[in-house]
Write a protein that binds this ligand. Sequence first.
Ligand SMILES: C[S@@+](CC[C@H](N)C(=O)[O-])C[C@H]1O[C@@H](n2cnc3c(N)ncnc32)[C@H](O)[C@@H]1O
Length: 362
Amino acid sequence: MSALADEIRERIRRDGPINVATYMELCLHHPRHGYYCRGRPIGADGDFVTAPEISQMFGELIGLWCAAVWQSMGQPQRVQLVELGPGRGTLLADALRAVRIVPDFRAAIDLHLVESSESLRAEQATLLANAHPTWHEQFETVPPGPVLVIANEFFDALPIRQFERVGSAWQERVVALAPTSQTLRFAAADSVPAEAGFGCAPSGAIVERAPAREAVASALAGRIAAEGGAALITDYGHTQPGFGDTLQALKRHRRHDALDEPGTADLTAHVDFSALVSAARREGARVFGPVPQGRFLKTLGIDARAARLRQDASADRFAEVDAALRRLTGAHGMGELFKALALAHPALDTPPGFEAKEPAAA
Ligand SMILES: C[S@@+](CC[C@H](N)C(=O)[O-])C[C@H]1O[C@@H](n2cnc3c(N)ncnc32)[C@H](O)[C@@H]1O
């Protein structure tokens, strides 16, 4: 039993059941026992692997995406390049190396990292030392001026609330204690008012809402609409809201029971991109996508980059580049489930990767 499980049980005994968002927040960010306080969550020796850890191609193409958007912004002399949840810093290290071919952009960058994990901040400090980043607890403290924001697998880590259809009512899903064993289990709390507008669904259906994600999308869009720039959000999720329980825990690259040993596994949920789109539009930003990650990366030229990396490569390296390309873009890998969404100042052109799809040849 984890130390955090004891604390959560004690809290539920004292104050009553907690909702799923509070449970996620405690599991991920508890100051002593939260998942992100632990050693090395990301990579082959951690619990999960992300796109920038699969291949340098991902960060390189995103770096060049930023450079192209900066050019379409009129090449401001200073731009705040912000990454939300930079993990080990790999994406930015690859991006900053790639943009050396656009030296004026490289020179214009002030780098800001929004990161809650002390151990990941330490890794970022090592890898990105030459770029002199400034760290933030939240996006709102990034200094004024035009921004370019990157967020890969950041939104899926922000807490969600879940609501369950019980008979003819919707009730919030909570974490409670089983009466005799006192183990953690899901339960339904009081009914929520009909105005919540979750619609009709069969008993047992689950809907998810993520106010924390919408708040970040609103903050990004408001800032972009007021001061210029764009944001690129890549994550896994769906383009339209629907019913279903998408909360998942991963430990050592395997599915794990979300209530078992809290704080020892990564906890995420699918991103509802339509909610981010609505929040961003309300704040006056233009929205592009979401488009499937495979299509986005192919439009940016990942095939040509892979071909270049395979040139003169050893047999092992050749196979590694091929496998990474398939994983990042293929329908059985991250190509369909993962999506790219851009938020932009209304005066900006369509950013690279979001051009309308060519009509199929007759
Ligand atoms: C799934 S990891 C993705 C890391 C990286 N973007 C990548 O692609 O490898 C989530 C990242 O977001 C950070 N994070 C999660 N919740 C956060 C929050 N509320 N505020 C700031 N950073 C957060 C984590 O510490 C981690 O760096």
